[in-house]
Design a protein around this ligand. Sequence first.
Ligand SMILES: [Zn+2]
Length: 426
Amino acid sequence: MSEQDKKGTSTQSPRKESLDELVFADPWLKKAEKTQHFPDDARFACAYEIHPVVEYFAVATFLRRTETIDELWVGATVNDRTFSAEDFKRVGLWGIGRVFAITRKGDELTACLKLIELLFRARHGFEWPEAFLVTGIVDESSFTSIVRKIEKELDENKQKARETETAIIEVARNLGLSPKPTGEGPSHWFARCPGLINGKTGNHVLFINAAEDSFGCGWCRRKGGVEELRAFVNERKDGKQRIDKNIDPIVPSFFNKGLTLYQLDRPKEAAVWFRKVLEINPNDTSALNLLGQALDADGKFPEAVCCLKEAIKIDPKYALGYYDLGVILSRKKDGREEAMRCFKKALSLPLREPFSAYAIYSIACLHALAGRKKEAFNSLEQALERGYPNRKYIDEDKDLDRIRRDARFTEMMKKYFGTEDALPSG
Ligand SMILES: [Zn+2]
């Protein structure tokens, strides 16, 4: 889902020194396995308020420190200003997961600040910390200094953009489109789009790259240079609108709304936004994939399978599509054979980590469920060899119950996780 990564994190390479230490990044929790809890050893860092879409949410952050790495965990909830630090660990938060991990360095506060900065930068453009809520390792003044620092950078970019304005900006201004810098880079601008959506002007924007004197609007499927922009505005005046079908849509806002709602465990609402993306571009495989997952989470299994199959039909080399289809199918007893084929197909294509380890793990589960112990162990070992990380998940995974009491299982856990203690099982 690398395309999604780009859309989801509209900004901004983290600073170089942070990059050097970056071990793991998943700002929109796309790689995360669903969990209802923060790790026991995670310590509350702070909570803050965000205003995505129309509602107000609280985001709680936790630091988990191992011998070698520092991890940032987040979870969201409705914004109840009476929550204390302890409440955030106790109440059921949505979308809990690990967003960043860096090499362990310095004290807890230093680590938290670095991690939180990575998170804010990655999520900028869609959600922004609007207010500080609860102190943990991080207090309000440290929190505010990070927010200010990033805001200052955005301001500097806006300033640079104004100083290095090019022809297209002047044209856009003369055409009445009110161009403004986005702050995300020294030549990033947005402006009012003259195009219509469903016959209405709406309040949508087009994006301008001043350095290249080019613009693009994903909703209207239009892009081009100065002359194309003039023509676009004139067509609008003529009451005619030509639609250019061969442009990649830029629909990050719809997509990100869907993604966030999905991560907040609100699949029904998430599906609405993924459908909007697909109205504009029916071939957006990432949106199809996520719509499928949202439908599956909403209990709509047949529709979910259709979406994933459609994504694969559009892009037969969509490795992650096969993987995600496999995950959905494997939950139904009569879908297991097809799930196995999906995981194998995904592994035959370039499938990035950690999904290849997950796919092999899933194959191990399917073998175990079918009573094929030897194959199950072989696959499980391969998955662990590839770095399948989640001991807790293995301990709780009922799919593996048939092989759990086998001596080979105990040995494997000891070999890869350094302990043979499993959670007590019934
Ligand atoms: Zn437009």
